[in-house]
Design a binder for this molecule. Structure first.
Ligand SMILES: C[S@@+](CC[C@H](N)C(=O)[O-])C[C@H]1O[C@@H](n2cnc3c(N)ncnc32)[C@H](O)[C@@H]1O
Length: 446
């Protein structure tokens, strides 16, 4: 395996006691470094993005250049003839004429929404194998070889959804083998943390195990005429010999992640965060009395000791250090409520409520997520926008309040920039890094 051409030079695969293999760093890797850049084998847009984005490169159309619909099937959209040609060669020529009768067939219509998505993704993967010089000789494609070498999912016998009747049709055995690699090996493709599609990236699947406190994250690069590419980026400095892990799900799913990992991936996570949560037993209820809740929330903020007026870096806090009295905040439901209070208050202009709940949420994120996790950077940007709006609407005569809000905007922006720069540019243009730069400019020129 070590000599494999697809294996990046800075990592190696070594045996893992329960996960078959794991990937470790062969050298020290710096925060922000790209560990792997890998093409997808097959991918699909989410139904909600169909016709909004190009089916090949996933980009949004530029102004004045609407997407062009495939004249054959009318069901795929492209930026231009180049994107269409790329996808035509990879799989669409095997699907185009058959697509509409396939999706209106009773067998396809009977599938649940997620099965329909799997069925089309599987059709794309099969079509891609059917265009090999010798159809379905997977050894002619490195990505197909890696894909079929992946670990199957726990419910290997799940019924394969009906696929597009591609010619020549694959063997039942190949279809089942491929479908049994779905779900535990597929990735949600996102742009600035919003899902836009699904993809199969065999090399990334082969390399990275899960951790709820990952040291790396996946991002997706969209560029003209190219199919999407996944990049795996180090979130912090990784030392030689350390295992490199991705999050298979949002680590903030504190109560549900254990079950999801067991059902969908067939393993029990042994990270220190899961170990700690497993030892805690049932969590106390979050107080319903508003005074009691507010006092406990200020204790949480004090524990994290984040100073929104002067912080120059984000504190790294381990979940194990959380005092017993504050552990009730480790409830997913509390986090969801807090996040709703923050967004509602900032949209409705209740900026004092928004800033307080937003900083409490930041404190929780710093406890739950690892350093430089993208959600932290995105949340800091939202906090900066909220403080900026508060400043604009604040009483001009109240100079002290104005200056305090301006200081907060600067602190949030500087920290958002630090965290988001580690992941770097991804997805659609005009992302959060550009928003940070625009707001920094406004503050500077004010
Ligand atoms: C995408 S693969 C990861 C690569 C895999 N280790 C290999 O050797 O091909 C996902 C599968 O790896 C295993 N796995 C991933 N993370 C794990 C972890 N933290 N602990 C145990 N098993 C894990 C599970 O079997 C899961 O379904």
């Amino acid at each position: 395996m070590q000599g494999s051409l697809w294996l990046p030079k800075n990592v190696e695969l070594v045996p893992h006691p329960t996960a078959r293999d794991k990937t470790i760093a062969k050298v020290d890797i710096k925060a922000g470094a790209c560990i792997l850049s890998t093409p997808s084998f097959a991918f699909i847009l989410l139904e909600s993005e169909k016709g909004r984005r190009c089916d090949n490169c996933f980009r949004l159309p530029s102004e004045g250049s609407p997407l062009k619909r495939c004249a054959g099937c009318g069901s795929y959209w492209y930026c231009d003839a180049q994107c269409q040609t790329v996808q035509w060669k990879v799989h669409h020529k095997k699907i185009c004429k058959l697509f509409n009768s396939y999706i209106s067939s009773l067998a396809y219509q009977a599938l649940a929404a997620h099965e329909k998505q799997d069925a089309i993704l599987l059709s794309h993967a099969i079509a891609r194998m059917s265009v090999l010089p010798t159809p379905y000789s997977i050894e002619e494609s490195t990505l197909a070889t890696v894909l079929l070498s992946l670990l199957p999912r726990p419910d290997e016998s799940a019924v394969t959804p009906v696929i597009c009747p591609i010619k020549p049709f694959p063997s039942d055995q190949l279809l089942r083998k491929l479908y049994s690699r779905f779900s535990n090996n597929n990735f949600a493709v996102h742009s600035h943390l919003t899902s836009i599609g699904h993809g199969i990236f065999p090399v990334a699947s082969r390399l990275f195990n899960h951790s709820c406190i990952p040291n790396a994250a996946a991002k997706y690069m969209l560029s003209p005429t190219r199919s999407i590419v996944m990049e795996v980026v180090a979130l912090r400095n990784i030392i030689s010999g350390e295992e490199i892990c991705l999050p298979y799900l949002d680590p903030a799913l504190l109560q549900t992640r254990e079950q999801i990992l067991e059902i969908s991936y067939g393993f029990k996570c042994n990270c220190s965060s899961c170990f700690f949560l497993g030892q805690l037993g049932p969590l106390k209820e979050v107080p319903t009395d508003s005074n009691e809740l507010s006092s406990l929330e200020s204790q949480l903020r004090a524990f994290v000791a984040f100073d929104s007026m002067s912080a120059t870096s984000l504190p790294a806090i381990s979940i194990e250090a959380l005092p017993p009295a504050l552990r009730c905040f480790l409830r997913e439901s509390y986090m969801a409520t807090l996040s709703e209070i923050f967004s509602k208050a900032s949209h409705e202009g209740q900026y004092d409520v928004a800033l307080e709940s937003g900083i409490t949420l930041l404190a929780l994120y710093l406890i739950i997520y690892p350093t430089n996790y993208p959600q932290i950077g995105m949340h800091l940007l939202e906090l900066a926008k909220t403080a900026w709006n508060a400043k604009i609407l604040s009483n001009e005569a109240n100079d002290a309040e104005n200056q305090a809000l301006k200081k907060q905007v600067k602190v949030f922006l500087a920290l958002a920039s630090q965290a988001l720069t580690i992941l770097g540019k991804e997805g659609d243009t005009d992302g959060p890094l550009q928003e940070v730069a625009i707001l920094q400019n406004l503050v500077r020129n004010e």
